[in-house]
Design a binder for this molecule. Structure first.
Ligand SMILES: Nc1nc2c(c(=O)[nH]1)N(C=O)[C@@H](CNc1ccc(C(=O)N[C@@H](CCC(=O)O)C(=O)O)cc1)CN2
Ligand SMILES: Nc1nc2c(ncn2[C@@H]2O[C@H](COP(=O)(O)OP(=O)(O)OP(=O)(O)O)[C@@H](O)[C@H]2O)c(=O)[nH]1
Ligand SMILES: [Mg+2]
Length: 462
């Protein structure tokens, strides 16, 4: 890849639209477009225009008018990429889009790789690596929650949380390394009390960010909720009621659902992914048993488990035992116990049921009563406080890994100070911590492979 060579790509989705935007970036972007752009104002060229201006004219190839277009000019270094950028807004015909792109490909441009515009923005210091990565998340965001986390990150969330701590740690690293130069003498340039405080603060912030990842990931990908229970209790009916769609087959035959069926809905801007599973029971049926095994797996991988029971009280004594068994089987999961088919029992029985089982939710999946209460309960189980406080939430596994490595390093530093081991040993750990933090923003260790990998997941034209 030649640096500053001029790249081109369609910035809008491929296909037909009212208008399409074709974007060029690189040293020659403006002069290349000038060759084929004829302003409606006689003699006006793009090179002579100010940055951030828009011009009406025609793209002309060999005297043929390809289209009437609006052209925006952004001049190095004041553009998204930091290079000269031209955006051509043409009519959204697939033919016009292709003709214009082909014209420029034949005249000094090459097709941009995925994410190459944003990669250039990073390389030219317009944003750090974690912000560049967040651009892809912003584009992919499909709920209020994932959108908010991505925007927060694109505006420098993690970077800002770590910036000051990093620079203080760097100062200490320098002082401690200076002490090493005087190793014969008994000098301490770095105040140990202050240093310990800083290490404690960094540990605290890293832990908070690391803890946010499970939540962030769930919010980004949707929170998986497995619906489990005995056959015929109404799991599939509940799924359908939540989705407001006849997604799963419902019948009064026990063992109707064999394979897991899932779909998502947004509740108050948070995506939940509900997974309907095969009813759990002892059976000889080979296929059904595979389904039951899968039901347990789905519950294992879910964030929340809905354990659905039939509200009718025939097997009252067994019920508490069953609930306890499920709790034991999934000790680390949030379990919601729900009694279904309350339309079939009396008010007295409802009251009895509620006093029998703690935190029980009662509903009728068939009549769709109690569904709103369930939704409210689900949303209250998710700590969306972190979102409303605009806290930085880690959603990127590369950042998560770097934060964990930085935490290990800073914990070694702390041990080193506590054990009063020789300074040269823990100064290595300080450097190690700084290096891991630096990989998040892209200050360290960003070789071509890592960059290529990060940006290859972008869409073209971004
Ligand atoms: N048409 C269009 N819309 C777009 C983008 C784009 O590239 N083109 N963006 C692309 O993702 C986003 C906006 N991001 C942008 C960020 C910086 C600059 C820019 O020109 N920055 C200059 C000057 C700022 C100024 O002075 O106004 C700079 O940083 O120096 C442009 C777009 C979303 N919408
Ligand atoms: N009266 C009443 N019937 C219900 C309710 N919910 C489900 N049913 C009925 O109960 C029967 C079983 O419902 P399903 O949703 O298929 O039950 P399931 O738990 O998915 O069953 P399996 O897939 O076999 O494990 C069907 O006949 C439903 O119409 C309810 O709230 N009230
Ligand atoms: Mg079912």
């Amino acid at each position: 890849m030649i640096k500053n060579d001029t790249i081109i790509a369609l910035a809008t989705p491929s296909g037909i639209g009212a208008i399409a935007v074709i974007r060029l970036s690189g040293e020659n972007a403006i002069t290349i477009v000038d060759t084929f752009f004829k302003s409606i104002k006689k003699g006006k060229t793009l090179q002579n225009q100010k940055s951030h201006t828009i011009h009406l004219g025609h793209i002309i190839n060999d005297k043929d008018v390809l289209d009437e277009v609006l052209v925006s000019v952004f001049k190095n270094p004041n553009s998204y990429t930091g290079e000269n950028v031209v955006e051509i807004s043409c009519h959204g015909s697939a033919y016009i889009q292709q003709e214009i792109i082909q014209l420029f490909l034949k005249n000094g441009c090459r097709m941009a790789d995925n994410g190459e515009f944003t990669m250039r923005a990073f390389l030219n210091g317009k944003m750090d690596l974690s912000q560049a990565e967040a651009v892809a998340d912003v584009i992919a965001s499909n709920s209020a929650a994932s959108h908010q986390m991505a925007i927060q990150q694109m505006r420098g969330g993690i970077t800002n949380e770590l910036k000051e701590l990093r620079s203080k740690l760097l100062d200490f690293a320098a002082l401690i390394e200076l002490e090493l130069d005087f190793s014969g003498e008994d000098v301490e340039f770095a105040d140990r009390t202050q240093f310990k405080e800083l290490v404690a603060k960094i540990t605290y912030v890293l832990k908070r960010l690391i803890d946010s990842f499970a939540f962030g990931n769930a919010m980004k990908n949707g929170i998986p909720v497995a619906i489990i229970g005995e056959p015929n209790v109404g799991k599939s009916t509940l799924l359908n009621a939540l989705l407001n769609e006849e997604k799963a087959i419902v019948s009064d035959i026990a063992g109707t659902t064999r394979d897991a069926i899932e779909d998502e809905i947004s509740i108050n801007g948070v995506i939940f992914r509900f997974i309907d599973t095969a009813g759990i029971r002892e059976t000889e049926d080979v296929v059904e048993n595979i389904g039951i095994k899968k039901a347990y797996e789905k519950a294992e991988n879910a964030q929340l488990i809905i354990f659905l029971i039939d509200a009718r009280t025939e097997k009252k004594s067994q019920r508490k035992q069953e609930i306890d068994l499920i709790k034991k089987r999934f000790p680390n999961k949030r379990l919601l116990v729900i009694a279904n088919k309350i339309d079939l029992i009396s008010n007295n029985d409802r009251n009895a049921l509620e006093s029998e089982i703690d935190n029980l939710i009662l509903l009728s999946a068939k009549n769709k009563t109690g569904i709103e209460d369930l939704k409210n309960e689900l949303i209250s189980l998710v700590n969306i406080g972190a979102l409303s406080n605009n806290e930085t939430i880690v959603t990127n596994s590369r950042h998560f890994e770097a934060l964990n490595n930085a935490l290990l390093a800073i914990q070694s530093v702390k041990e080193g100070i506590d054990l009063e081991i020789s300074t040269d040993l823990f100064s290595i750990d300080i450097r190690e911590c700084l290096r891991h933090l630096g990989t998040i923003t892209g200050d360290y260790d960003v070789d071509k492979d890592i960059l290529g990998h990060i940006f290859s997941n972008f869409c073209i034209g971004k």
